[in-house]
Ligand binder design. Structure first.
Ligand SMILES: [Zn+2]
Ligand SMILES: [Zn+2]
Length: 282
């Protein structure tokens, strides 16, 4: 299985020469299974590059779009996503119920007048909406992949997803938008269980928007310090950590400094970049 980052920026997209190395698009990632399965996590502006990569669909082309939560930085790439306007594509949107909202209602609202010219009933792709169960042991199978999830600490809620490929023994956990320091013991326990079960995941992708110096100013905003991610990665026992949801004001030079500092503490850590492709190793 391969993970491809479409966007790694938090809060708001940025477009300037100082931000091009890490990329200015907001959260969207594509997971491709060995059997050709395609899972997208989140519909930030990075979705544009991912949908261009997926390209025009052949009849029956299928993708599963998992939604972590409905803050705009994770949805703003959806209206202009080319897959929605291609009748060959079958798109399944899936998420647990959050704030009493089902995924279909969220997609309908974001395309509603007066925010967008083409409404849900005029899209050409075939859409399906699935509300995932909220039980911690639930598993969704998608081709040869297994998907698990848990709620994490974030304003209005958010879910982390875990994707396993049993045929290769590989697994990754994708945890954008999580405030580790404000997480309750139970939230921490559930998240670490997601990393550990059914077997230790090799790769953790985690929100590290802030740092230990500035995070007190942003308490309650729903994000972690990158130093916290290193601790979580150690407890979770993963082989690799990719820190993501970079602050929109952090330039490439600043992010390079953060990456260097993180790697001095643990060589398994790095910062995610738009366009980066990574295969977890078993
Ligand atoms: Zn976000
Ligand atoms: Zn958020």
């Amino acid at each position: 299985m391969k993970l491809i980052f479409g966007g790694v920026r938090g809060t708001n997209p940025v477009a300037h020469a100082d931000f091009l190395k890490f990329g200015g698009e907001t959260t969207a990632a594509l997971i491709e299974g060995r059997g050709g399965e395609k899972i997208i996590i989140d519909a930030g502006t990075g979705l544009r590059a991912l949908s261009a990569k997926l390209g025009a669909g052949v009849p029956g082309a299928e993708v599963l779009l998992l939604m972590t939560h409905y803050h705009l930085d994770h949805l703003m790439g959806l209206p202009a996503c080319g897959l929605l306007y291609d009748k060959a594509w079958n798109i399944e949107f899936a998420a647990p119920r959050r704030e009493a909202l089902k995924p279909g209602e969220v997609v309908r609202r974001i395309l509603a007048k007066p925010f967008w010219p083409i409404q849900l009933d005029k899209l050409q792709a075939r859409l399906r909406f699935t509300t995932l169960p909220s039980t911690p042991t639930a598993v969704r199978r998608y081709g040869g992949l297994e998907i698990r999830w848990c709620a994490v600490h974030h304003p209005e809620g958010c879910h982390a997803y875990r994707v396993d490929e049993p045929a290769t023994g590989t697994a990754l956990v994708f945890a954008t938008d999580i405030e580790w320091r404000l997480s309750s013991d139970e939230e921490k326990r559930l998240f670490l269980a997601l990393c550990h079960r059914p077997r230790p995941a090799q790769l953790l992708v985690m929100d590290g928007q802030f740092n230990r110096t500035n995070i007190a100013t942003f308490k309650g905003w729903g994000h972690s310090a990158w130093e916290d991610d290193l601790e979580v990665a150690q407890i979770a026992g993963v082989h690799e950590l990719l820190i993501t949801h970079h602050a929109p004001q952090n330039t490439d030079a600043q992010l390079m400094e953060i990456e260097k500092a993180a790697r001095r503490i643990w060589s398994g850590a790095a910062l995610a970049r738009s366009g980066m492709e990574i295969e977890p190793h078993g």
